[in-house]
Each structure stands twice: as C-alpha cells, then as structure tokens.
Ligand binder design. Structure first.
Ligand SMILES: *[C@@H]1O[C@H](CO)[C@@H](O)[C@H](O)[C@H]1NC(C)=O
Ligand SMILES: *[C@@H]1O[C@H](CO)[C@@H](O)[C@H](O)[C@H]1NC(C)=O
Ligand SMILES: *[C@@H]1O[C@H](CO)[C@@H](O)[C@H](O)[C@H]1NC(C)=O
Length: 358
C-alpha cells in the first residue's frame, strides 16, 4: 500500500490554494489524505487478477467497444461491419494501470451537492457543450465482483462553469437562474455488470478548480414513486477528471470558450493531484465518436468501492418540483461566505496538529 506523506500534504496546505472563491481546500486535502492512509484501502488494481481471470475485464472491454461502435454507426461515422477492435490481451494487461479509481472517503462532495435528483440517463436538459456518453463500472473491492444494485449519482457544472440547483456567490457569476434547473444532475442504477450509463457534458471550469465531475455511490436506497431515491448508505464520494491536453481542446470549443472564469489546470489543482496518488487514477478514458469533439464523446471509468463503507456527505440543497430548495442546517449553507466545518471532520489523531487551522 502506498502511503501519502504528511510532508507532501503539509506542502500542499502551505500553498494555500482555494477550491472555490473564498473557500479553502485544507479540509479537503486532509480528508483525501485520511483516505490514502486508511489501512483497509484497496483499489480496483488489487482486484485485477480476479477480474481478469473471471473474464469480467474482457467482457466489459468488448461491451464498451461494441457500444462505442454502435454510437459511431448511429451518428454516421462508421459502417456496422467496420468495428475497430483492440487486442483483448493487451487490455487485460493494462487493466488497473489507468482509468481505475478507488473506494472510501476519497474526495469532497464540495459545497454544491443537491439531494433528491431524478433517476434518469440523459442529464442534458437543454445544456450545450461536449456531449459525453459516460459508462461507469462499479466494482466491490472487498469481493472483486461488480456491484449490481447501487445508484450512481453524477453532477457537474455546465460548459461555462456553473452548477445547477443552487445560487451562491461562488457559483459562476452567482446569478439566480441556475437554481431553477436540474440539468447535469441525476442518478442511474448499476445493472448486472455493475454498469451505470449517463449522457452528460464535459464540465466547464470555475475559479480555483480544474474541470471535474462529482459522483456519489448509494447502496440500499428505496426508489420513490416520483423517480427519486430515499435512505440507504453512501460508500463513495469521488471526482472524475479529463486528461489535460484533451481538456485544452474541449476548452477551445463553444460554449466553453466563452467562459470568463479563471482557469486552473489539472497540474495546478491540489485535489486532482491528490486524486492521482496511491495508485488511483480518476481520469476518464475518452474516445471521439466522430472526427471532432462536437460529434460527441464516449467516456469510461471503473470505480472501486467497499459497499460497507459509510460516508456522510452533506447536501446544500434539495431538488423539488419548484427547483432547488435549501436543506435546513446544511454545513454548506452560505458557502463561501460562511461554512460550518464544510462537511469535513478531521480524524481524531490529527486534532492537535495545526495544519487545518488555516
Ligand atoms: C453485461 O455484459 C455482457 C457481456 O459483455 C453483455 O452481454 C450484457 O448485455 C451486459 N448486460 C447489461 C445489462 O448491460
Ligand atoms: C450556465 O448556467 C448559467 C446559469 O444558469 C447560465 O447563465 C449560462 O448561460 C449557462 N451556460 C451555457 C453555455 O448555457
Ligand atoms: C419526490 O417525493 C419526495 C417524497 O414525497 C418529495 O420529498 C420530493 O420533493 C419529491 N421530489 C420531486 C422532484 O418531486
């Protein structure tokens, strides 16, 4: 197991980078470190042998290859008989080396989680940008088997870096329009292969953070008649990223190129750097469907979770038929102007250290 050094964390903390205007990432950094240091932490990589030997890696590769081809054919970029196949042995060798991420308290939910979102595959709701068919496999790293009955929740900003369902000074230009829409937010249940699929956008950037998608994985939740879930537990709170060179190309397309907010690269983003530590790789594997970004994208990632782990992320708002409504007593209320512990409680053993007092 790779340990994330206290010294490195201290250096990151000293750099004083902000996550959102007026906020700071110190607590988020410490939370990520607590995850990396956790003695029971296991990654998808540690299941590599089981997943390869059971044929799951091969089957999932073939399934995804066929799905990408289907999207290409449907969009008129390939003929049905012209499927491009990769060598499966090579795919099995590489499995877990890239585009696999891990379990546990791995990243912050951030200040803009909206609870009560709808179960739906297509999250676009009129938003424009680089349309992405996202395919997420969830693997139980304690049994090395796919998790077949979890709800995967996804949310991200629109292409100009504004979260829907909330209004806050730190959310883009702070305008009041985003609170009325649930675009780019929703949940899907994992099927027999542990797969959840979405249609969403590559998120835009906002001040202090590189482009990222948020995810939360729910277990044992009850489906309500209005297509939302209630109850259950949360094993994983994570963030997905986009490789920098490709991200630079996305940022040159409309409407990303109209975003006036300052940009942060992956390399400059402390949470990205910490997400890459300890053998984790929260970077999406992305393929073009056609010949340009505008033709659409296909993105995949595998997420390892311990379904018995219990995370306690805190929503700022709840999605209702009347738009986003504040969750009473949320620690994120008023962020970044006020914030009670911002959803993070430092582990007891670290209490005497000064690191997170900033
Ligand atoms: C699960 O994967 C298998 C093998 O690739 C595939 O045939 C099947 O359709 C998949 N099931 C679902 C529900 O996607
Ligand atoms: C993103 O959302 C904000 C707030 O609703 C809106 O003003 C902006 O136009 C949206 N961006 C795009 C590209 O539509
Ligand atoms: C769905 O139903 C729950 C329980 O009645 C309710 O609290 C929630 O506001 C509803 N959500 C929407 C979007 O209508």
């Amino acid at each position: 197991m790779v340990h994330f050094s206290q010294a490195f964390a201290a250096a990151l903390l000293a750099s004083g980078v902000v996550a959102h205007p007026g906020g700071n990432t110190n607590k988020e950094i410490l939370r990520r470190q607590a995850h990396l240091d956790h003695p029971e932490r296991r990654s998808v990589q540690s299941c590599k042998r089981d997943l390869v030997e059971s044929g799951w890696v091969r089957e999932q590769h073939l399934r995804r290859e066929a799905r990408l081809h289907e999207l290409r054919v449907a969009a008129g970029f390939a003929k049905p008989e012209d499927i491009v196949r990769r060598d499966v042995g090579e795919v099995e060798d590489e499995y877990g080396v890239s585009a696999a991420c891990t379990l546990d308290p791995e990243a912050t939910e951030g200040p803009y989680w909206v609870i009560g979102e709808l179960i739906r595959q297509d999250l676009l709701t009129g938003e424009k940008g680089a349309v992405t068919h996202l395919d997420i496999n969830v693997v139980d790293t304690s049994t090395c088997k796919p998790v077949t009955d979890a709800y995967v929740e996804m949310w991200g900003t629109n292409s100009t870096g504004v979260y829907t369902g909330v209004q806050a000074r730190g959310n883009g230009d702070g305008s009041a329009t985003a609170i009325a829409t649930n675009a780019l937010r929703g949940l899907q249940k994992t099927g027999t292969n542990g797969t959840a699929t979405f249609i969403t956008l590559i998120p835009g950037h906002y001040v202090g953070r590189t482009n990222h998608l948020h995810t939360i994985i729910h277990h044992g939740a009850t489906l309500l008649p209005n297509n939302t879930i209630q109850g259950g537990t949360i094993s994983h709170v994570g963030q997905f990223y986009v490789e920098q060179t490709f991200l630079g190309q996305v940022e040159k397309t409309a409407p990303y190129n109209t975003n006036k907010q300052a940009q942060t690269t992956n390399a400059q983003d402390m949470l990205f750097n910490m997400g890459k530590q300890g053998g984790d790789d929260p970077v999406l594997k992305i393929s073009l469907i056609g010949s340009t970004i505008e033709d659409g994208l296909y993105a995949t990632i595998d997420v390892g979770v311990n379904p018995k782990a219990r995370q306690n992320p805190q929503p700022v708002n709840m999605w209702t038929a009347q738009g986003g409504k504040p969750v009473p007593n949320s620690p994120w209320t008023g962020y970044p102007d006020s914030c009670r512990y911002c959803g993070f409680r430092p582990p007891r053993k670290e209490k005497k250290e000064v690191l997170y007092e900033a």
